[in-house]
Design a protein around this ligand. Structure first.
Ligand code: SIN
Length: 484
């Protein structure tokens, strides 16, 4: 049992129409990825339960969409405050079900709350237009109206913030939501509902349905005619299937999909800074974020110095159960993730990669993998092309700016890219030439609720965060008013 200051945040039933309800598909066992122990047994919702949730959200939409933005903002603000008041407990639930170190989990809770605060403010400033008329007996008006019920599928790597990043702008805009969190990490989502209820958010506005049959529930959320918009964070492969399903009802969609982030270090970079940020972006959440550094390109003139320093920094990382004091690297999410690391390593070593550090499962057992550093990387290796999603850092060298930009862009992904240089002209050139939705120079840190987060190419459609993150939850209506 997880120790919580407020044990009533530990919820295991679905939250639909303001009620805690069972699921018609039995139970789900939530396991701690650090040790395999049972954290919780939650209900298991079915496609039929998902349809009930959509119907409830559609009824709630009628009044929520007519609630003034200022009033909606005040509910959201209360929800935000309660989340911050309970950040330690929410962090503990997350560490238990997801594995990330407790300090990182609490950091995610605060990051997640930031989206609620931001959109509580932003929804009061979404404006329509009055267009100068083309005829004196007519007036041309443009309204922004909430799009309806929003279906959301959220991932296990950010069990809190990927929910608030979708639900907060949707609810702020006047939409109601039905969320399917990952079946492996439902407790964070259900605790958010408990706090939403305490904040007085009306029944049916926020609905969370935990269920292991992702395909059946996904079909409801992508095809139900009462859903106006569908939003998903997860892999590109699954995103493509969901996108195709949305076509049958021409649903508006936004997708936050996979990445293959380059991290480029030019020969004039501050090497110590570059190393610090490289470790931060590569090993955040044990390498399990869509924006984690995936390919490290270092100019050949500084490659030796950079790699030695990187090796020392990686070797100093503390791998431990997320609840242990000072833990920096927790476990991978599950056995499949471990098997993927094994396969990527075998392929890389087979094709000539040199292992400077790690390269195998960790002595802590369960889902732990050693923080790993590889050099001698070539383009044919799987880890130079696929999203690694684990604690393997792979360094390659380059000679010219043109060459490295071309290599960085040679991928179907386009989410985040990082580069280090002190040359201001190069900062501008490279940031313009990288085909990515997020470009980060001389830093590995960029995540914030106030700016747009979204991918180019096969990394997604649309943006979350910033003013862009609420725009998609409105329909535009043009009213041509005659007889004036
Ligand atoms: C993600 O990688 O899925 C989200 C990362 C972030 O919001 O910083």
């Amino acid at each position: 049992m997880i120790k919580l200051e407020d044990p009533t945040l530990f919820r295991t039933e679905n939250y639909v129409n303001g009620k805690w309800v069972g699921g018609s598909a039995g139970h789900i066992e939530v396991l701690n990825p650090a040790n395999g122990t049972l954290v919780a047994k939650t209900v298991n919702g079915s496609a039929e339960n998902a349809r009930d949730a959509v119907e409830a959200a559609a009824v709630a939409f009628k009044s929520w969409s007519k609630t003034p933005a200022k009033e909606r903002a005040s509910y959201l603000r209360k929800w935000h405050d309660l989340i911050l008041e309970n950040a330690d407990d929410l962090g503990a639930l997350m560490t238990a079900e997801q594995g990330k170190p407790l300090s990182e989990a609490i950091g995610e809770v605060k990051y997640g709350a930031g989206f609620i605060e931001f959109y509580a403010e932003e929804c009061k400033r979404v404006m329509g237009d009055i267009i100068p008329t083309v005829a004196n007996d007519r007036r041309l008006l443009v309204y922004k109206q909430p799009i309806g019920v929003v279906g959301c599928i959220t991932p296990w790597n950010f069990p809190n913030a990927m929910i608030t990043r979708k639900a907060a702008p949707a609810m702020a805009a006047g939409c109601t939501v039905v969320i399917k969190p990952d079946a492996g990490t439902p407790l964070s989502a259900l605790a958010l509902c408990e706090l939403a209820e305490r904040a007085g958010i009306p029944a049916g506005v926020l609905n969370v349905l935990v269920g292991s049959d992702a395909q059946a529930i996904g079909e409801v959320l992508t095809q139900h005619e009462k859903i106006g918009k569908f939003t998903f964070t997860g892999s590109t492969a699954v995103g493509k299937i969901l996108m195709a399903q949305c076509a049958s009802t021409v649903k508006k969609i936004s997708l936050e999909l996979g990445g293959n982030a380059p991290f480029i270090v030019f020969d004039d970079a501050d090497i110590d800074e570059a190393v610090t940020h490289c470790v931060a972006t590569k090993f955040r959440n044990c390498g399990q974020t869509c924006v984690c550094t995936n390919r490290i390109f270092v100019h050949e003139a500084i490659a030796r110095d950079f790699t030695e320093k990187l090796q020392r920094s990686i070797a100093a990382l503390k791998v431990a159960d997320g609840f242990e004091e000072g833990a920096e690297i927790g476990p991978l999410i599950n056995t499949q993730a471990l098997e993927k690391m094994d396969a990527l390593m075998a392929d890389a070593v087979d094709k000539g990669a040199k292992v400077l550090l790690g390269g195998a499962r960790h002595e802590l057992g369960q889902n732990f993998y050693q923080p790993t550093l590889l050099t001698n990387i070539s383009d044919s290796m799987r880890l130079a092309n696929e999203e690694i999603f684990g604690p393997i850092a792979a360094v390659q060298t380059f000679t010219t700016e043109d060459e490295v930009v071309e290599k960085a862009n040679a991928t179907e992904y386009g989410l985040a890219a990082y580069f280090f240089t002190r040359d201001v002209g190069r900062v501008m050139r490279v940031s313009e030439d990288l085909e990515y939705g997020i470009v980060c120079s001389n830093s590995g840190v960029f995540s914030t609720e106030v700016a747009p987060f979204g991918g180019w190419k096969q990394s997604g459609i649309g943006s979350e965060g910033g003013k862009e993150g609420i725009a998609d939850f409105y329909e535009t209506k043009f009213h041509s008013l005659g007889g004036v």
